[in-house]
Design a binder for this molecule. Structure first.
Ligand SMILES: *Cc1c(COP(=O)(O)O)cnc(C)c1O
Length: 366
């Protein structure tokens, strides 16, 4: 007999990408930033560590919120930091989704949303996307109508495409909340800073952002939500009192203060992304035009799992992803490779490996 809640026994649990703990890997599987964080971040962590670690952190993260707010043209009471944006997603589920409420999200996308809805014991449904990653109104509209919570990553993962603000606003449920997960927002060609929140119809939109990707701080767990103060007020009741620690808040505040560092790295990643997409296309892959720090690529004839394994033998890790019950391929399994943008030498090594692997596998299949 299990002592767990049935909701927990039913789920498998979210499986994060591989995190090898030894060095020597070219790691292109979990969308980390290949460049280090700003030196000002390291200095701020050292400073904070030398001060008052015996005391609890500021439960309201006042300094952090003051630093973040003007970057998005809002007041500090629009900002809620959390222990990674994954914690903000947990806070959102706990704040808005009761057992009979419906939580929906596009599919394929970030599968953690489904796990969190399951843990919360909420009902959930997938908004099946079209083969070109556009919205399928026939599938989506009736579900959005009934939803309490719609969660949309923009740019999407694993595809990397970005939907327009008009498309996003059409997904705000009439009696619920739209969560816009902008984990990859800083990598878009058109920079944007929560302008969508000022559009009519965005009153019930909540944006989440993270330091893990554009600010090179996946090892420091910090993210934040941006929304109207009435919404933030309610979420404050749900969060742990001290959900963000002193070192994370110091790091995040310093990272936000050095915008030039983040923007310079994001620009390098965009340039490398363009180069990688062109090389993959030359090797026969289909590549979705990406606005994020990764590309989604599929090969028409070679098994993606085989390519993934061949790369892994060369100590290059990419993400092999499979999705079942995809709207346009309900009977088969849809799969492909999600490749994070590394440094130029890392991407050169990947391309050189693929230039060997792909012709070999093509010969083997013909
Ligand atoms: C990486 C990622 C996150 C996680 O961010 P953390 O701040 O590291 O928890 C959230 N959403 C999406 C879509 C992501 O890809």
């Amino acid at each position: 007999m299990s002592l767990f809640r049935p909701a927990i026994d039913r789920i498998e649990g979210y499986i994060p990408g591989e995190q090898p703990q030894e060095t020597g890997w070219i790691k292109l599987n979990t969308n980390e930033n290949p460049y280090p964080p700003s030196p000002q971040v390291i200095a701020a962590i050292q400073q904070a560590a030398s001060e008052r670690l015996n005391l609890y952190p500021d439960p309201l993260a006042t300094k952090f919120r003051r630093q973040a707010a003007p970057l998005f043209g809002v007041d500090p009471d629009w900002i809620l930091p959390a222990n990674g944006s994954d914690e903000n997603l947990t806070i959102l589920l706990r704040s808005f989704a009761d057992a009979n409420d419906l939580v929906v999200y596009p599919y394929p996308s970030y599968i953690l949303y489904e796990t969190l809805a399951d843990i919360q014991g909420a009902r959930h449904a997938r908004l099946g996307l079209n083969a070109d990653w556009s919205w399928n109104a026939e599938i989506c509209q009736p579900l959005v109508e009934q939803a309490k919570l719609v969660i949309v990553p923009n740019p999407n993962s694993p595809s990397g495409n970005r939907w327009t603000d008009d498309e996003i606003l059409s997904l705000v449920p009439p009696r619920g909340i739209l969560v816009l997960d902008e984990a990859y927002g800083d990598f878009c060609d058109q920079p944007h800073r929560a302008e969508i929140l000022r559009r009519p119809g965005a009153e019930r939109v909540i944006i989440t952002r993270t330091f893990s990707k554009s600010y090179s701080l996946a090892g420091i767990r910090l993210g934040f939500a941006i929304a109207r103060p009435e919404l933030i007020q309610g979420m404050l009741k749900v969060k742990d009192s001290y959900n963000c620690d002193t070192l994370a808040l110091a790091a995040g505040t310093a990272a936000l203060a050095d915008q030039a560092w983040m923007e310079n790295n994001a620009a390098r990643i965009r340039a490398t992304r363009q180069r990688l997409a062109a090389q993959l296309t030359a090797l026969g892959f289909q590549v979705v035009p990406s606005q994020a720090n990764f590309v989604w690529s599929t090969h028409p004839t070679i098994s993606h799992q085989t390519i993934y394994e061949a790369l892994k033998r060369r100590k290059i890790l990419v993400r092999f992803m499979r999705f079942s019950d995809v709207a346009w391929a309900p009977q088969s399994q849809f799969n492909g490779l999600r490749i994070s943008i590394g440094t130029d030498p890392e991407i050169d090594a990947l391309i050189a490996a693929l230039q060997q692997i792909v012709p070999e596998l093509l010969r083997a299949t013909s």
